[in-house]
Design a binder for this molecule. Sequence first.
Ligand code: 0GY
Length: 297
Amino acid sequence: MPDRITSWHSSPTKPRFTPPPGAVDAHCHVFGPMALHSFSPKAKYLPQDAGPEMLFALRDHLGFSRNVIVQASCHGTDNAATLDAIAKSDGKARGVAVVDPAIADNELAALHDGGIRGIRFNFLKRLVDDAPKDKFLEVAGRLPKDWHVVIYFEADILEEMRAFIDAVPVPVVVDHMGRPDVSQGPDGPEMRAFRSLLDSRSDIWFKPTCPDRLDAIKEGGRGDPWDAFASAVAPLVSDYADRCIWGTDWPHPNMQDEIPDDGHLVDMIPRIAPTEELQRKLLVTNPMKLYWPEQCE
Ligand code: 0GY
């Protein structure tokens, strides 16, 4: 069995940026705890425990109000850890599940009752063994009302993803903008290709997240303070301000070699969303529409 890894900062700084009231960390995960929720036998990494108490302490430390917990690949299609964290959140968390596409309708309804509002399709070969597009489309066609699909892929497969994304019958949220090469700048080919995807449907949302992954030293970037990320992503947030949501990505799966300081991640927000209006859309209005629609006017 591989060693269990730690991928999060033990004492992140307090951010200088204060999120607006009601801010949502709309991309984070929980790992275990393993004694309660074991990891999948197919997991590609084996993390240390990072359970709900740690997540909620970080939420408070960073000045956020709510979390959207995205089922991490290390838990496979058993969403118990995510559901347990939502149940312990006092209504301050909702989630995105990963399901076996053969899931029954009544099981989807049970996930809805547990606070799930979307399902995630992961296309990263280093994280999952297979991603059956036909089965994904079948289950996407019978999701509970107001759910959406979250898709995680890398820029090199964007073109081959287009027909699939076009066929998804509910809104689509793209994790980490489909991981463009931010060193190419705001008008580089990969950012232009992502803009063209956003222009293909008005209900494709995105997460301008993970400077630590997209501007990582090991990926050829410059690392913290992630200047290439800031300059490539700020125009995208401004041009598609009604379609972006933001998250820490804590506990940063697989980032054990270049662990980000979560306070620094929060301080990226005013660099990509410089006005109060943009910050409110990114952190409050937009994620509330997707995850707490009943609380929106
Ligand atoms: C992320 C990114 C990664 C991992 C997962 O589910 C996961 O394990 O999403 C990654 O390794 O790039 O968004 O958490």
